[in-house]
Write a protein that binds this ligand. Sequence first.
Ligand code: SAM
Length: 245
Amino acid sequence: MAKLTPPRRRAPRRAGRPPGNVINELLEHKLIREVSYEKYRDKVRDVYDGPKGAMLAACSLISLHTPLGDRLFRERRFDLAGARRILDVGSGAGQLAKHVLRYADPEAELTCSDLSHEMLLRARQRLKSTRPRFVVADMTRLPFADASFDCVTCGYVLEHLPDARDGLVELSRVMMPGARMLLLTTEDRFSGAWTSRMWCCRTYNRRELRQICQDLGLRWKEELWFTRMHKVFRAGGICVHIVKE
Ligand SMILES: C[S@@+](CC[C@H](N)C(=O)[O-])C[C@H]1O[C@@H](n2cnc3c(N)ncnc32)[C@H](O)[C@@H]1O
């Protein structure tokens, strides 16, 4: 299995910024952001193509992300009613797509996209549905026209980018004005630090991510929590209902 081996040099910590983890610093490093994003992305793809990717569905079940995600849709805290063209970005093994198929209107079209062809094969096998179309794509370069979708779901993908802006700009571009998005990503807190090491991804500071979204016309309509307990302990990562202005 290919290993992510980021460069050894440390990025200078910016003043007034909450401390991130080592992986954040490496990913934010100029070398990856400006020179070798493609190489880094290929390593991410290799990881998901391999045995870790094959275990992803089971891991999401064990970590309770799959059942907790189901609650968000079932309780209509992220309501899919009325959505006609839905894009699931970074579908992985189809964990979120499964909920979308279950709770979206029957006439809604679903597109599942992912960097990894292998992951999309796993998703197709798991979803056992002819409804979704599967598209291999890097979320920073989506092969879709502007304003193609009225709903986007993006679960635990953004943390694989050195800079959230590169992905969010693309998501914003393919969203129609007024379109809704469910965004889940790791936060720079305890559980995020654990996930970050396990999957070699970064974490985000909630306040900074919100500001980036706002700059791109992606308004945070509501911050969501899986359960009351998650809210009290501010656990479970960043989970937010976004609306494109
Ligand atoms: C942790 S899985 C998320 C699976 C699922 N969305 C969920 O909510 O559990 C991350 C997925 O993002 C994909 N991914 C990573 N970087 C990506 C990128 N730049 N563009 C598109 N997909 C990417 C990986 O291949 C992997 O399948």
